[in-house]
Design a protein around this ligand. Structure first.
Ligand code: 5GP
Length: 369
């Protein structure tokens, strides 16, 4: 019989964090934003658990470098060549930028080729411990994904391995036999069409609660991937006990994201000296990795058995990435002061989450400049 779960699954916009009395902090600058992660397969890393998505637009060198400088975690997308990644590692070493928290992404296309790529990085560019691997599959519910994961663990026993994406707790234990971090989230991404095209997906709040509980029971970690609309959603993910958060869209409008700024001119309602006043707005292109655009760019076109599960967007330009990163650290620190959490690690212990019908006052939304 078809199973039907009647419980309502919740997303970030369905909840808020309730401020509460906690007298142990005087200022947001006293909050400890870094956390030391002790991973299931023996490694330790320290930083603020925020990742850029391993997408071509934001999993690039420019974005990754800024996140590493700020003490966050970073991924590189899987379409870089070994020599390109090697050049990046060298430039980080020259600039004294630590790459301990940098994850190199591999896909599922051909296990031998993917492992060969990592081995070459090791021999040619001294990519040695501490090193991290992100195994990227839009759908990890296939045997091939598990095969790549187990092989990667066998070949790189000292690496931190992040694997995903999944959207149910049942698969976490199986993956944690080999992985350290499970990437959770299907259908939440801002450039994603999976829910429209397949009807599949799980809202992030309920998913984090389910997966964190299971993963933590065996010393595994999770990364909540996709669906971050506001910085507050990152705070919510940490309060819900996600160890890491991965985001694409909030980084995609920045200078450092891949691609040029696109300029557009609009006619306003104002008239000056008898002529309509024009205004200029700037945008950047952001596209899903399963979009037709990405398939044409990286896979020589769409296969005839596939539908596009991603879209191409022109999103508002947001300026230098450092501004967004400061908003992130500032937002998290401020959240901690509202709930009396002295560190990011303590957020889930201090937080009370409430279910709401309305989270934001949008009365002046259309007047924002
Ligand atoms: P965002 O932060 O933009 O909401 O979500 C970023 C996440 O969306 C990525 O980390 C990845 O998990 C997911 N994603 C990226 N490209 C695609 C795509 O083409 N289709 C789907 N279904 N998800 C995507």
């Amino acid at each position: 019989m078809t199973q039907f779960l009647h419980e309502t699954y919740l997303d970030y916009s369905d909840i808020l964090i309730r401020p509460k009395m906690g007298m142990n902090l005087n200022s947001r600058k006293d909050v400890d934003l870094t956390r030391t992660f002790k991973f299931k397969h023996g490694q330790t890393r320290t930083g603020l658990g925020v990742f850029n998505a391993n997408m071509a637009t934001v999993g690039n060198f420019g974005v990754a470098k800024k996140l590493l400088v700020k003490g966050m975690f970073a991924t590189l997308h899987k379409h870089y060549t070994v020599d390109e990644i090697g050049g990046f590692l060298k430039s980080c070493r020259d600039e004294n930028i630590p790459t301990d928290n940098l994850f190199i992404t591999i896909g599922l296309k051909n296990i031998d080729d993917e492992i060969k790529k990592l081995k070459e990085l090791e021999s040619k560019y001294n990519w040695k411990s501490p090193r991290n691997i992100c195994i990227d599959a839009p759908n990890f519910y296939i045997q091939k994904a598990l095969d790549v994961l187990s092989r990667a663990r066998k070949e790189f026993n000292d690496a931190v391995i992040m694997a995903g994406n999944i959207a149910s707790g049942d698969i976490c234990l199986k993956l944690l036999d080999y992985a350290d971090i499970i990437k959770c989230g299907i259908g939440s991404g801002s450039a994603c069409l999976t829910r429209k095209q397949t009807g599949c997906g799980v809202p992030m709040v309920s998913l984090i609660l389910e997966c964190a509980d299971i993963a933590h029971s065996v010393n595994g970690h999770i990364c909540a991937d996709g669906g971050i609309v506001d910085i507050g959603d990152i705070c919510k993910a940490f309060c819900l006990n996600s160890d890491f958060v991965m985001a694409g869209g909030i980084f995609a409008g920045t200078d450092e994201a891949e691609g040029d700024k696109v300029e557009k001119h609009y006619q306003t309602n104002e008239i000056l000296n008898g002529a309509p006043v024009m205004e200029t707005k700037y945008f950047k292109v952001y596209y899903g990795m399963s979009s037709e655009y990405a398939n044409n760019k990286f896979a020589g076109g769409m296969c005839d058995y596939k539908t596009s599960e991603g879209r191409e967007l022109l999103i508002p330009y947001t300026g230098p990435l450092n501004k967004t990163l400061q908003d992130i650290t500032g937002g998290i620190a401020s959240c901690c002061t509202y709930i009396g959490a002295v560190s990011v690690k303590k957020m889930s212990k201090c937080a009370t989450l409430i279910r709401v019908h309305n989270q934001l006052n949008k009365i002046f939304e259309k007047y924002s400049v």
